[in-house]
Design a protein around this ligand. Sequence first.
Ligand code: PLP
Length: 477
Amino acid sequence: MNQDQRNQLKQLPGVDRVIVHGSAGGHFDAIPKSVLIPAIRWAIDRLRETVLHAATPLDAAAFSLDALVEAATRRADRIMAPRLQRTVNATGVVVHTNLGRSLLSPAVLDRLKLISSRYSNLEFDLEKGRRGSRYSAVEDILCELSGARAAMVVNNNAAAVLLCLDTLAKGVEVIVSRGELVEIGGAFRIPDVMAKSGAILKEVGTTNRTHPRDYESAIGEATGMLLKAHTSNYSIVGFTASVALPDLVAIGRRHDLPVMEDLGSGTLVDFSKYGLIKEPTVQESLAAGVDVVTFSGDKLLGGPQAGIILGGPAHIDRIKANPLTRALRIDKMTLAALEATLQLYRDEQDALQHIPTLRMLTLPPSLIQARAAELKTRLEGIGGDRLKVELMDLSSKAGGGSLPLLNLESRCLGVTLAGKSANAMESWLRHHTPPIIGRIESDRFIMDPRTLQEEELDIIEKAFADMLAEETGTQEK
Ligand SMILES: *Cc1c(COP(=O)(O)O)cnc(C)c1O
């Protein structure tokens, strides 16, 4: 340490002086003490570090109380900002697991808000005036919509699969095709879940081909269940064969074995009616005679995170009686949102219009084109010559481990900015508040209008304006 540094360190004010100065200016009014003091200490410490590492003495302005108040305030704001932030999804992946999967519609939110801010009959039977079951909120409507005879719901589909296996297949062999030993993001793997539940995995067939005779010849004394897992996030193409659910059900019937299906994304709407690839529906699985079927609430269903279990009363009653159920139970906010989402399905057109996931998946190309064109015009308006925006025919994805082969035609914006790489642009927008998440392709920052919400064109326009202003600022310096 040299003499200059020693002198400068002596000028560092104490925490108290910064508090007095900042409070007098009203700068700390909205900052709790518990945050303020560490924030001021941090600002002073950082200044001390700067002094120690500086080659020449710092400018006197750096030591002003104003500068420290400002640094402490910024630090406090950062500490207090919520970590979970609303994010703009410009990726075109509709059910984006990393970005929160499905969005809830206003009607669903109203119900969620009412039920969670007031007491409810969550587990109270209003008819009988005594304890009731929390599942009764959605049991009837799930049966009505799907054709199931009984239903229950848990925290998510991983929990649903675990619970069903634990109840119906503990200690017995469960036969699964090698082509269906799926791993879903977040480390859900059929073999691992099975091991956890105490079921014994018996693989049959090969990766690309499994035949009815493979199941038949594997069935023995120890067999307790046949399981079909929907290969929701990949597809095996080429020389392939798998046993369709109705055939698997027939095998199960012949040997008196229950057949379970993990549908994963589980849709109540037949997407092929709307020009998309056929995804097996929940109704079809039940009509095929499956004993138990499970699927997610927040993938193609478009509701809150939940795991839905449908089947016959004998199996569902056993599942409800499993003590694990208590650990996997669905909470009241989710239940309220799930019930409200399911009610929209009574009229399919209502569902397509009001459930954001369904609306985005079936968005007319003309609407995407119009939105892309508008955003292009707006960005060019602020960007001048430096910002180049091209419209590109690229595809969106359903995501969330659903419709893996589906390429939804889309019209995307490819942005290039003179003096800033696509990577730098991507990073800048990711650090923006709110973060804007896109992708990079052919050295362009790509935004897909399919997954943008109403007010988000404004957000993007403003973010680009800020980014350009900052760029211009740095270039002038
Ligand atoms: C997504 C998925 C799961 C896990 O569902 P979560 O709701 O995320 O717990 C399980 N199985 C399959 C086939 C899936 O696609």
